[in-house]
Write a new protein. Sequence first.
Length: 256
Amino acid sequence: MQEFSNGVKYTTNYGMFKLDIRNRDVKKSKVDLIIEGVKRYGKIIQPITIDIQGVVIDGQHRLSAAQTLGIEVPYVVSDGLFDPQQVLVMNTYGSQWTQKDHVKHFAVQGNPNYQKLSDLIKQVEDNGMQISLRSLQSLAQGHMGVDSRLGNNASIRSGGWRFREDPKWCLHVLDQLKHVDTLTPIIKGGRFLLCLSKLMRAQKGFDPKRLMQQINKFPEEVKKTRGTLDCYRNIEDVYNFYKFDKNRLIFNYENL
């Protein structure tokens, strides 16, 4: 437990505080909730925590709420400085971090795997594509679920996750979805994206644009699947739906 010096202090000098770029982004929705609480109880009850250099370790949303309302913000100064892992632990237990918050935290620290994933997330968002982080994670690591080779470092939250695919290839795969009229949860899912990626790379004669055209014509044929093999089979069915034998493409599952 950190020893606090001089107890709780109050100030409206918001400029004395510095935000830590390794921390998660300030979310307006969370600030608004705190503001509602202040209107109900008349003040910010829980002090923010800063280090001896004025860096906010815990409470950036409370600070933002106080600044918005123009009221005093309570704060305590923790003896010493915090390293990045302490910042992560304090905020994780103080308020639930999302997967995206963890990606940002490790990316800012300079972890190249998380920097690649952060860049991928930004490019997808900039293109207006609503693809979940879990789906992007699966595409980036090349398989569903956690990477058993990493042991305890397999999850995004651990800081040891690995981006194993080529980021440009991931974007190339995602670009194919622009040809689909309606992006359903199945098409945006990690399993579908992984199967699409492997078909584009390993299946001779496979044309992703033809698949997207077929999906637009027969969206009801895209089924929810329980496993990778079922997903390949469903994609093959959609790809060949209402096609003459000479135009059908039989997938070579041994290469996938």
